[in-house]
Design a protein around this ligand. Structure first.
Ligand code: P6P
Length: 343
């Protein structure tokens, strides 16, 4: 019989592998695991709106029913505030960062960024959604409050990143820089158990993942590459929930693209709590993540908490092939601008 390894046991074991580790990061990861279990409980009840009530109403306990993404946001903030290891939070749901000034957190060394419920528009149609998180070591003086610069760090500065996918099963996937491991929640014991050890992304896969509905709004080189994927008889899979599309790409290979469109000239996806944490994981699993301008995502300078980027990520051979294809067929910058009507 296989030995069950819980998330807590795995994190503590891995801490022993790092002589310099002093336990703060361990505690932070475990607290995120607790928050994930709490969010999972509510996400799985979402279909019972008729029983538990719609947002803004009161449930049978007289508590006001929240939108699930706001509920997830509040629970993650509560867990991190109580952890004592986090001095600040930046969330997709909050315009600015949230300093944590509790006595317990006065010597905290880390800040946490997250999208509490990415793809939440899919909840009402029972499509899987996810929580995405990243952890940075603070740069500001530990004696004072955290500062904006603690959050505006490049993806290469991440000390840990991960996601939780609330799907047919609930899986937490994370890395602290030494590979990627996945843990499936066993509801019968309420524990995340090691289920995907040392995930490595295949060199190439059978899927390309892009919102085909924007095809005519993409630049011509992107359209040509998408046509090329179709010519290769690759299969199009696009869920519209980044965690779900990246989880599939991580496990079975493929390439995920969100190029620029007229509506999102710099791309739609957010660097801080979507692109960087998921690119960190993809690279840790042997994959690649770049912008449509061919810049490595993790090298991008951060200037705003909610800045957006184009992104192409997934199997290394497929990302390399896409780069070569676009560079071979892309129109030179000058005529490219005129081709797109940009003067
Ligand atoms: P579109 C969800 O809103 C999200 O931020 C990502 O999870 C997802 O990949 C993307 O947007 C979907 O965007 O424009 O294709 O609906």
């Amino acid at each position: 019989m296989n030995t069950i390894v819980t998330l807590d046991e795995f994190i503590i074991q891995r801490q022993k592998d790092f002589s310099y580790a002093s336990g703060e990061l361990t505690g932070l990861l475990r607290d995120i695991g607790v928050a994930a279990k709490i969010v999972n409980r509510e996400v799985n009840k979402a279909g019972l709106v008729n029983i538990i009530g719609v947002e803004g109403s009161e449930n049978s306990h007289g508590e006001s029913v929240q939108k699930l993404d706001m509920y997830a946001n509040d629970k993650l903030i509560d867990c991190l505030k109580n952890s004592g290891e986090c001095c600040g939070i930046a969330s997709e749901e909050n315009e600015s960062f949230i300093p944590i000034k509790s006595v317990a957190s006065k010597n905290a060394k880390y800040v946490v960024v997250f999208d509490p419920l990415d793809g939440s528009s899919n909840i009402d149609v029972n499509v899987s959604v996810g929580t995405i998180f990243g952890i940075y070591r603070r740069k500001s003086n530990v004696k004072g409050p955290c500062k904006l610069g603690d959050f505006l760090q490049k993806g290469t500065e991440l000390v840990a990143a991960g996601y939780v996918i609330y799907g047919t099963s609930t899986i937490l996937v994370y890395s602290t820089g030494s590979g990627v491991n996945g843990f499936t929640l066993d509801p019968s014991i309420g524990e995340f158990c090691l289920s995907h050890r040392d995930i490595k992304i295949p060199a190439r896969g059978q899927y390309y993942s892009v919102n085909q509905g924007y095809y005519l709004k993409f630049d011509v080189d992107m359209r040509r590459y998408i046509d090329y994927c179709s010519d290769l008889n690759l299969r199009l899979r696009y869920i519209g929930s980044m965690v779900s599309d990246i989880h599939r790409t991580l496990l079975v290979g493929g390439i995920f693209l969100y190029p620029n469109t007229r509506k999102y000239p710099n791309g739609k996806l957010r660097m801080l709590y979507e692109c960087n944490p998921l690119s960190y994981l993809i690279e840790q699993a042997g994959g690649k993540a770049i912008t449509t301008g061919m810049e490595r995502i993790l090298d991008i300078e951060m200037t705003d908490l909610h800045q957006r980027s184009t992104i192409v990520m997934g199997s290394p051979d497929m990302v390399d092939e896409m780069k070569a294809f676009v560079q071979r067929y892309s129109i030179p910058a000058v005529s490219k601008n005129s081709a797109n009507g940009v003067s």
